[in-house]
Design a protein around this ligand. Sequence first.
Ligand code: TXA
Ligand code: MG
Length: 329
Amino acid sequence: MDEGKRMTERSADIEHAARFLSKSELVAIPTETVYGMAANAFDEEAVKEIFRVKNRPFYDPLILHTNSIEKIEHWGVAIPPRLRRLAETFWPGPLTLLLPRSEKISDSVTAGLDRVAFRIPSHPLTHRLLEQLDFPVAAPSANPFGYVSPTSAEHVLKHFDDKIAMVLDGGACDVGIESTIVGEEDGKIIVYRLGGLSVEQIERVIGNIEIRTSSSKPTAPGMLVRHYSPQKELIVVDTQEEVEEHSVEKSAYILFMLEAPEFNLPNVIHLTPGGNHEKAARQFYQALRAWDDDASIKRIIVERLPDFGLGRAINDRLKRAAGAESKEK
Ligand code: TXA
Ligand code: MG
């Protein structure tokens, strides 16, 4: 890979993206959830480059992206019946399935685990790109490890300009929060990461499922106590009293139903005055990054959402972004 000075192409040119990927280069791709840092998953050097550029530990496995169930099966990965039902219902979309891995999938992709994560994203540009490729692309979120995921080409370039071949610019992400990760263990359907597909939507198709996103014994770094974190101090609140109590001069706010105190009024992003969780998810990372990038802001105060639908996934990210009980950086 070229270590010298380079220019990162920013365009919507699928042919260019396909060519770069075929030549072991990294391309950031838009998906409906967040932007991914993509490489040819069958190219060991390219996969290693993902870990290097993101500063990502090798124990953190990667999600593979493609455009059809047939291709997944062609690569030797079988989809068990109940997971297949979910795939047929929700793909293309914000669902990742943990599937029994095949020999074609390398240890660097799965971090040596016996399952491989697959997803068929719905973003039209990326969907068309994936149609052209005869390999899956490995793509973790396109942020430095542990930082907030990117929901626009600008977010990607902020950290990776001149470090990757290209960002395929597909505009702002529609869902705005990472995919929901689902697998099957001992006949039980389990959600390992809450995300852009709600638990309620999944249960409507498959009945009761188990949520196992606890951080006590993480099997995935997305489950770590501190992850998805901004640089600034972040405080999660539930009530107007807590807003007042934690407000200092130069606090910024991401609020849903509550109000900021008078003296900080310009520093408020109201996620969804209408109370719509989908809209809140779409704007959430954008808002977090906006305040994190604003040098005048000292502390970010965020309101927890009602715990249903995508509110659950956002609250999960909030907890991890704040580092839960431990507030250390
Ligand atoms: O929406 C998304 O899922 C985005 C877009 C780009 O598709 N991708 C994404 O990837 O969020 P990443 O790497 O940032 O988060 C994927 C999570 C990680 O926490 C990883 O540990 C877990 O999925 N994961 C991947 N493969 C796994 C496996 N075989 N077993 C368990 N966890 C796995
Ligand atoms: Mg990530």
